[in-house]
Design a protein around this ligand. Structure first.
Ligand SMILES: [Zn+2]
Length: 198
């Protein structure tokens, strides 16, 4: 059976690792750490440790103390995409454990309205004599043409249409924005991407 742990359970494992001394760990030390670092109460700690024991992740060693069994595999659910990942495939960021894919995607964010990026993009395009959609990738051209033809589109709609994640779409749109081909327009509660001159 695949053991998938939630965030609190992972926190407890972290605390157990920190509370571990040569002969094992004492639950009192885990409670102290869990309270100080994550604000978890004693009964939650007991509950989770007994759950980990049930699944063999925590075992009693020869000296009669509890310790983590490093050989028992467990998975974590990525809070961003819901994928089940092994601990070594995860990245910790601001206390959150997310999968490598989501980590990369979050760090490849391109700022949409960015005056510096617009300036350097303008200079680059001028140097290369690029006008309109010249110098863009096929995908960027297709997205831009769709926005022109439809008079505007939400990033969500474009994501579905072009089979991209929302972040990928936002990155492509940011590049179009830096070329001053598109801009944002708020219609009611929704954000639309429209042509820059409209
Ligand atoms: Zn993920």
């Amino acid at each position: 059976m695949k053991l998938v742990l939630d965030e609190e359970e992972i926190w407890i494992i972290e605390c157990i690792k920190k509370a571990h001394v040569d002969c094992g760990f004492h639950i009192r030390d885990v409670i102290k750490k869990a309270k100080a670092e994550y604000g978890l109460c004693r009964s939650t700690v007991y509950e989770i440790v007994s759950y980990l024991e049930f699944h063999g992740l925590v075992k009693t060693n020869k000296s009669g103390n509890r310790e983590l069994d490093p050989d028992v595999l467990y998975f974590v659910m990525c809070p961003a995409c819901g994928k089940e990942i092994q601990e070594n495939e995860s990245v910790k960021e601001n206390g959150r454990i997310i999968c490598e894919d989501c980590y990369l995607e979050e760090h490849q964010k391109i700022k949409f309205a960015d005056p510096m990026a617009v300036r350097s993009m303008k200079l680059f395009r001028k140097q290369h004599g690029f006008k309109g959609t010249e110098g863009l990738t096929e995908l960027q051209k297709e997205i831009y043409n769709f926005i022109l033809e439809d008079g505007g589109a939400t990033p969500e709609k474009l994501s579905k249409l072009f089979g991209l994640t929302l972040q990928e779409t936002m990155n492509q749109l940011a590049i179009l924005r830096h070329c001053e081909l598109v801009k944002e327009r708020k219609l009611g509660d929704e954000m639309y991407i429209v042509s820059f001159d409209s």
